[in-house]
Design a protein around this ligand. Structure first.
Ligand code: URA
Length: 253
């Protein structure tokens, strides 16, 4: 596992951390929670709601939700998509990773984060001990915006109920939002990502801890910020350890 993790840290372009008095696999320093900011239960999209649109009531099973998403025609993205991209992973996962929207590869394959950004996301997750298949990965939007443009507020407002339903079914212990679009929509804010990362937020009525980091596609373009992303990932891991009383929590060695 150590060798594997080192390989992924190398992929991230991050110097390996070696603790002084602990085995290599022990987590780096535990950081106490910084600021805690709470997001609304499921914020309305920041744009005005479209009055004629009534979101469907939440459903109680993953299969039903999958069917709903696959059949969705609530916005014009249904006209240009190849298929919907529901999300992937372990439906008992304790970690939920939320990105922005499918790109061309995801639209073709029907699975989130399968392109180059997905490879880096896998590396980021594995660097904190999370093989891709152990988490659940979803996006703010279930359909690809043409040309990978930013999601429109109306698209977000029509799609967010699906993510809300996914969160209600999954009941994750922690959410990791990657990128500005995911962060701003989950927190219903226009604040820049630089102001949102580096602190602990909570999400929804369950006050689920929410950590923000950079989008892997951004990190591919801006490798200098990988160091900050690594700090965010360690912060997320320490937060998870603290709330679950895990091996990396303070007082547990
Ligand atoms: N970028 C995202 O935000 N989500 C994907 O699924 C792929 C790329």
């Amino acid at each position: 596992m150590t060798t594997l993790r080192n390989a992924y840290l190398d992929a991230l372009g991050i110097d390996r951390w070696v603790p002084r008095n602990a085995p290599v696999e022990t987590a780096p320093e535990i950081e106490p929670p910084r600021v805690i900011e709470t997001a609304p239960a499921m914020p309305a999209a920041r744009a005005p709601q479209v009055p004629s649109f009534v979101p469907p009531p939440p459903v109680a099973t993953w299969d039903e939700l999958r069917g709903r998403v696959a059949a969705c025609t609530a916005c014009d993205l249904c006209k240009t998509r190849t298929q919907t991209v529901f999300g992937v992973g372990n439906t008992s996962a304790e970690w939920l990773v939320i990105g922005e929207a499918p790109g061309a590869d995801e639209d073709r394959q029907g699975e989130p984060f399968v392109g180059r950004a997905g490879q880096l996301l896998n590396a980021m997750l594995l660097a904190i001990g999370l093989p891709r298949e152990t988490v659940f990965i979803a996006n703010i939007l279930k359909c690809r915006p043409p040309g990978n443009r930013d999601p429109k507020p109306e698209e977000v407002s029509r799609c967010l109920p699906f993510l809300s339903n996914q969160i209600a079914l999954l009941r994750p212990k922690i959410i990791l939002a990657v990128g500005r679009i995911a962060a701003q929509n989950l927190l219903a804010t226009d604040a820049p990502l630089a102001r949102l990362r580096g602190k602990l937020h909570t999400f929804g009525e369950a006050n689920t801890p929410l950590v923000i980091t950079y989008h892997p596609a951004y990190l591919l373009r801006t490798p200098a910020d990988k160091r900050k992303a690594w700090e965010d990932l360690k912060f997320a891991r320490a937060t998870y350890a603290r709330i679950t009383g895990g091996a990396n929590a303070p007082g547990n060695g």
